[in-house]
Design a protein around this ligand. Structure first.
Ligand code: HEM
Length: 342
């Protein structure tokens, strides 16, 4: 997930996202400087990254089929075997496996190689289900984090200014941000960690079972189907023993006295161990490249009327995820916004 070839796709998508935000043409539903909800546009951007990994190509933001998929994901359309999503994936499964560039191509090659093996897992059904899982696991999580990040940056303008000032000084205004820049902008890295800690979007991870005797404190959870095991990741991210004053958004907690990035072992938004999030490196790439690209080009603000929007999260309908409250924001092209905030 963290490969250079994937980084190139994320970098390209970050540029498309910035262009989309900046477009002024009438056919778009918003004009620069006028307020818009970032929900759908973020979902499009991160779904496009998954599309390019799974199918090799991305889709136009205003294309017909793509918005259907992204709004389904966005509405927590949790029936993952929905006929509509299956159609979308099936239409793209018939690709030429002679030039493997994406997940679908590699999977089809293995299907071909294992054709004679009745036990093979490389079956079309598994291909479709895995692709759907990648969309569902990788879209709402990353786009909610981005959306929370934008909200926090709009609310805490001085932090936004500070991040932008570092990007401006270290990465510059013309060079497109790359992952190799991350080590040179520790404040931005700290801010992204703090967004993830504060947003706490997967507070109980995903459902687990114990498969062997496992002592946890004074408990011995029974093995098998009867006992659901949830990891209280959110409690760790909010634990005052590890994060002083956890209710405050404070990127500096991830920096040492010299301003260098400081790790914290309790930072576990992706869980830990063998089954930690498969998309961790990809998600970290998306958060860094999309946030820096947008802040390099825009100032994020909101209308005076909305200044009271609080940061209290909403629970998702199924109750195991967290999403930010709804809000609208304005983006001002950098030149304008820069004088404003410098
Ligand atoms: C900010 C973004 C993300 C967060 C906070 C997040 C968080 C998590 C968490 C907490 C788990 C459960 C780990 C466990 O079993 O204990 C998980 C699993 C998973 N995530 Fe993510 N995730 C994110 C992005 C992604 C992306 C971009 C992808 C894929 C492209 C992805 C794919 C998966 C998959 C496939 C699993 C199941 C792994 C397994 O069962 O072995 N996630 N994620």
């Amino acid at each position: 997930m963290g490969k250079r070839s994937i980084e190139e796709r994320v970098e390209a998508e970050a540029q498309h996202l910035a262009e989309e935000i900046g477009k002024a043409e009438d056919q778009h539903s918003y004009q620069p400087g006028s307020p818009f909800s970032p929900t759908l546009i973020h979902t499009h951007a991160v779904s496009n990254v998954i599309c390019s990994i799974v199918f090799r190509n991305r889709f136009y933001y205003k294309g017909q089929k793509f918005p259907n998929l992204t709004s389904a994901i966005n509405n927590f359309f949790l029936d993952i075997s929905s006929i509509w999503s299956l159609d979308f994936i099936m239409e793209r499964v018939r690709m030429d496996p002679s030039c493997p560039q994406a997940f679908v191509d590699s999977f089809l090659m293995s299907t071909f190689q294992e054709m004679q093996n009745p036990q093979s897992v490389f079956k079309t059904k598994n291909l479709v289900e895995t692709a759907i899982q990648l969309f569902f696991a990788g879209t709402e999580t990353t786009s909610s984090t981005l959306r929370y990040g934008f909200l926090l940056l709009v609310k805490c303008l001085e932090i936004q200014d500070k991040v932008r000032e570092k990007i401006n000084r270290v990465i510059g205004r013309t060079h497109s941000p790359a992952m190799s820049d991350r080590g040179r902008v520790p404040y931005t890295n700290a801010e992204i960690h703090e967004i993830q800690r504060f947003a706490n979007i997967t507070p109980v991870g995903v459902l687990h079972k114990v498969t062997c005797d496992t002592h946890f404190r004074r408990y011995l959870p029974p093995q098998g189907a009867d006992t659901d095991v949830w990891t209280a990741l959110g409690m760790v991210l909010q634990d005052p023993k590890h994060f002083k004053d956890p209710g405050n958004f404070h990127p500096e907690r991830f920096l040492d006295e010299e301003g260098r990035f400081k790790k914290n072992d309790a930072f576990l938004p992706f869980s830990t161990g063998k089954r930690e999030c498969l998309g961790k490196s990809l998600a970290l790439m998306e958060l860094f490249l999309m946030l820096t690209t947008i802040l390099q080009r825009f100032t994020l603000k909101w209308l005076k009327l909305q200044q009271q929007t609080d940061l209290t999260p909403r629970e998702t309908e199924i109750g195991i995820g967290i999403v930010p409250p709804s809000y609208e924001l304005c983006t001002l092209p950098r030149e304008e916004g820069w004088q404003d905030t410098a």
